[in-house]
Design a protein around this ligand. Structure first.
Ligand SMILES: [Zn+2]
Length: 410
């Protein structure tokens, strides 16, 4: 049943059929006799109001300062970063508790951005969040340290900030930063592995972050390396991060200390018997001072790291692995054993080029710098979409003018 006042689909309110209008527009765009192209291909360019899917490139992104925000489990770091990756100003605050509502985290982000825009000309905001971000980079699907569950973070923030917002996973943004400004410069196939409490990761190919269909690619930490091995909070057993991460390092050290092993006397003395006080950075520090047990523990972690890297090389065949995260501060105490194990476990070893394994260069600011640099890509898209809207409006205005003129003369 048609409502008398509602025109049928395809007609304009004034009753003129839409298709007729479009064909007139087409005729204007391609006056008779000029177009030798077949009808089918003639249609497309005239009717297209949105350009072909943009090839986003950091090279053509505007060289404007942007804000990068790294939301980790304990700290929120925000900074203004210029187009060359230099940090112009940096702020830092504590991550709101998991029990707080998503709104509290949003408020924290907005406050930081407003504070920074008082002193800087900010063109876009990029957020690197410790959590799963969907493939559209709008929703945070899950964040272990925050109350976000399927949270449309980008849209929420875009409504509160006057500039375009980009949301990505923190490992992706850190990898981007290392590729643009750090250890991975010039590599077209790069895999980043961040060793923190667990293992995070990201894949970059030809200057693009590979996110997978649902946005959660790069969760290397939960690849099984030991069937029936240590229990992992993810629910499985023998995950890679149970053998090669800050948590694994501390767990092993505490186990040895609790068993009162003679090799652990150095570290037991260091914490004055309080085994719970043993931390990852402490183990690294003692290893540097020559403590045999700490050196050995880092070697173990490094070897497992090399085993996992060999698996990743079999699947992804990158030219470079960049090792970041807190544990990478151990540098060669960790990375040299990783290189050895990689060479011993690489499939087809001796018959294939070997990927470079290198330590990340940007440190704990990588996530922030990467998020800011990625945000420059949307700064451009935002401008371009606006320009297109204006162009489209002007085109239709000209068309309407021409129509009025032709009707007037008729
Ligand atoms: Zn796991």
């Amino acid at each position: 049943m048609n409502h008398p006042n509602v025109p049928p689909y395809g007609t304009r309110p004034d009753g003129e059929a839409e298709s007729a209008v479009m064909s007139t527009y087409r005729d204007l765009a391609f006056p008779a006799g000029t177009g030798s192209a077949p009808i089918g291909s003639r249609r497309a360019p005239a009717l297209r109001t949105v350009g072909p899917r943009e090839r986003r490139s950091h090279l053509s992104a505007p060289r404007v300062p942007t804000v990068g925000i790294d939301i980790g489990g304990t700290k929120v770091m925000a900074g203004v970063v210029d187009a060359d990756g230099n940090i112009l100003e940096k702020l830092r605050t504590e991550t709101p508790d998991k029990s707080k509502s998503p709104k509290v985290v949003e408020d924290t982000i907005v406050e930081l951005v407003l504070d920074l825009s008082d002193r800087h000309d900010v063109h876009a905001v990029g957020i690197g969040a410790a959590g799963w971000v969907d493939a559209d980079r709008n929703r945070v699907l899950f964040a272990p340290h925050l109350s976000w569950r399927n949270e449309p973070l980008r849209d929420r923030l875009a409504g509160r900030l006057a500039v375009p917002v980009l949301v990505d996973n923190d490992a992706n943004s850190a990898a981007w930063a290392e590729w643009r400004f750090g250890a991975g410069r010039g590599e077209d196939h790069l895999v980043m592995i961040t060793l923190g409490t667990g293992i995070g990761g990201a894949i970059l190919e030809d200057g693009q972050v590979k996110r997978g269909k649902y946005g959660v690619a790069g969760e290397f930490g939960h690849m099984q390396v030991v069937p029936g091995g240590h229990r992992c909070p993810c629910g499985n057993r023998g995950c890679w991060e149970q053998y090669s991460s800050g948590n694994a390092l501390v767990r092993e050290a505490r186990e040895l200390a609790a068993a009162d092993s003679p090799v652990a006397y150095g570290i037991i003395e260091h914490v004055k018997g309080n085994i719970g006080d043993i931390t990852g950075p402490m183990i690294t520090e003692l290893a540097r001072e020559g403590d045999a047990m700490c050196i050995e523990l880092l070697q173990d972690i490094g070897q497992w790291l090399g085993v996992g890297i060999a698996n990743l090389a079999a699947a992804l065949d990158p030219s470079c692995f960049v090792i970041g995260g807190g544990v990478s501060a151990a540098d060669d105490l960790l990375i040299a054993p990783a290189r050895d194990a990689f060479k011993r476990h690489l499939t087809g070893r001796g018959y294939r080029p070997e990927a470079r394994i290198t330590r990340a260069q940007l440190g704990p600011e990588a996530g922030m710098v990467g998020a800011a640099d990625l945000a420059r890509l949307v700064a451009r898209r935002f401008r371009r979409a606006n320009r297109r809207r204006v162009e489209r409006y002007e085109r239709y205005a000209r068309f309407a003018e021409a129509r009025r003129a032709s009707q007037g003369s008729a």
